[in-house]
Design a protein around this ligand. Structure first.
Ligand code: BGP
Length: 464
């Protein structure tokens, strides 16, 4: 085995601020785009209370420690730590994260912190959001605030969660559709914001920093040359565009060509490329989220497709370039997402051969309906089966030379899905509430919690 999983391996779990915290307007917190979302489907909860982690964080961290977590990947809510109204830091918000980080460190759980996970301040959205260049500077200011306040305690920073999903399925996370040019203009601004943030981390601290896209390999639907070309197109548009620039300092030419052909090339201002190619703005590692592979076929000019219902893993496509199709060879989750453990290995192999950087898995997992039984237990064997299959592939990838330094699946505890509510549960820890009834928000370890604890304790050697 090239890389042995030892005590340094960051076994943990993952979350994001708006999906877990609640306390949406507590102690000076201002609204993010998630708090003012208007298109939440009937019968699905909003994010106002979520898992009420804002009031349960001590107990949650204690349970993570009982499971043996060595890391916890979470995000900071921008509008909790900065007041746009008062144009100054919001001290209670800073204190909340200081206390959370200190508690994690007390239990020897390494904090892995995402700066921005889908929850842009609504104040900035009102001023144009990522289409406006002023958001770039606001993000840099925010990154500096984070590093100055927490940098000495945080070794791993992630810049932007799933920039590629925000671009590919904007209605899933931002609640709005946009033109191709606007999407890529926003992307360009996010790349600039990210580059500035990475430079700030490197200048002001000894910490490491990386991007956190959602990456998966793409299969051609058949062995026709056209379907293979579609798979290459999709992989470049969906995956590599988001890593080539920060890592190689060069925009992916397949995507630039697509934009030119569609009359959608974004504006690059003088000085932008210097910011993007600054040696201090290079990532130290790649954090990536993996749920399932994609399968595509060629798409003719008249066959435009859009994602369905704002789901990240539903049908998507780019006219003339690729069209996503179902893969009949793969099993599906209760929510219809495909399950592909081998794809987890091939995705890591492809990332490694292309970029040769350390990897941290920051999301992987299965959403399902979990219920307390008569004994207040939750038998989520399906989740154990899912993880078992993925761990086997993960170990094989590491044997083949993948430098994976941590595995932080989605999610540490139950939280609210991006668009399917609390009923789509992902956690090792159950949170007692439903879409419309907050009940007592009590935490219960699921069967998978005890199983994962054994996996961590044995560094996976108990997986057969
Ligand atoms: C990723 C996001 C997460 C998360 C997860 C599961 O794309 O980074 O925020 O929620 O997917 O997706 P969903 O909540 O839609 O089931």
């Amino acid at each position: 085995m090239k890389k042995i999983i030892d005590e340094k391996f960051l076994w943990g779990g993952s979350s994001s601020a708006y999906q877990i915290e609640g306390g949406w307007n507590a102690d000076g917190k201002e609204p993010s785009v998630q708090d003012v979302k208007t298109y939440i489907p009937a019968g699905t909860t909003d994010f106002k209370v979520a898992s009420d982690h804002y009031h349960h964080w001590k107990e949650d961290v204690k349970m993570m420690s009982e499971a043996g977590f060595r890391s916890y990947r979470f995000s900071i809510s921008w509008t909790r730590v900065w007041s746009f109204k008062n144009n100054q830091p919001n001290q209670p918000g800073i204190k909340f994260y200081n206390d959370l980080i200190d508690e994690l460190i007390k239990y020897k759980i390494e904090p892995i912190i995402t700066m921005y996970h889908f929850d842009l301040p609504d104040f900035l959205q009102q001023q144009g959001g990522w289409l406006s260049r002023s958001t770039i500077d606001e993000f840099a200011k925010y990154a500096q605030l984070l590093v100055e306040n927490f940098g000495h305690k945080v070794k791993y920073w992630l810049t932007i969660n799933e920039q590629n999903m925000m671009a590919l399925v904007p209605e899933a996370v931002l609640g709005q559709k946009a033109t191709m040019k606007d999407i890529y203009q926003c992307n360009h601004h996010m790349f600039l914001a990210q580059a500035k943030a990475m430079k700030i981390v490197h200048q002001l601290s000894k910490s490491l920093v990386g991007p956190a896209p959602n990456i998966n390999v793409i299969y051609p639907n058949t062995n026709t040359p056209d379907d293979y070309l579609a798979a290459i197109n999709c992989a470049n548009i969906r995956n590599w565009y988001y890593l080539d620039l920060p890592i190689f300092g060069k925009y992916n030419t397949i995507v630039l060509d697509l934009l030119e052909k569609n009359n959608s090339m974004f504006d690059i201002e003088k000085g932008d490329m210097e910011i993007l190619t600054d040696p201090l703005a290079k990532p130290d590692f790649i954090a990536f989220n993996y749920y399932a592979t994609g399968t595509v076929k060629s798409s003719d000019e008249n066959n435009a497709v859009a994602s369905k219902g704002g789901d990240q893993h539903s049908k998507s496509g780019v006219k003339g370039y690729f069209e996503q199709v179902k893969n009949p060879n793969l099993a599906k989750t209760q929510f219809g997402w495909e399950i592909d453990p081998v794809g987890f290995k091939t995705t890591m192999l492809e990332l490694t051969t292309r970029y040769n950087l350390p990897l941290i898995l920051t999301e992987n997992g299965i959403g399902g309906y979990d219920e307390l039984d008569a004994n207040n237990e939750i038998n989520d064997q399906y989740r154990i089966d899912y993880y078992t299959a993925h761990f086997k592939q993960m170990f094989e990838a590491m044997e083949m030379g993948v430098d994976l330094i941590g595995y932080n699946p989605w999610s540490a505890i139950d939280l609210v899905s991006t668009h399917e509510g609390i009923k789509k549960r992902y956690g090792f820890i159950f949170v007692n509430r439903t879409e419309d009834d907050l009940k007592d928000l009590k935490r219960y370890p699921k069967k998978s919690f005890y199983w994962y604890k054994e996996v961590i304790k044995n560094n996976g050697k108990n997986i057969k």
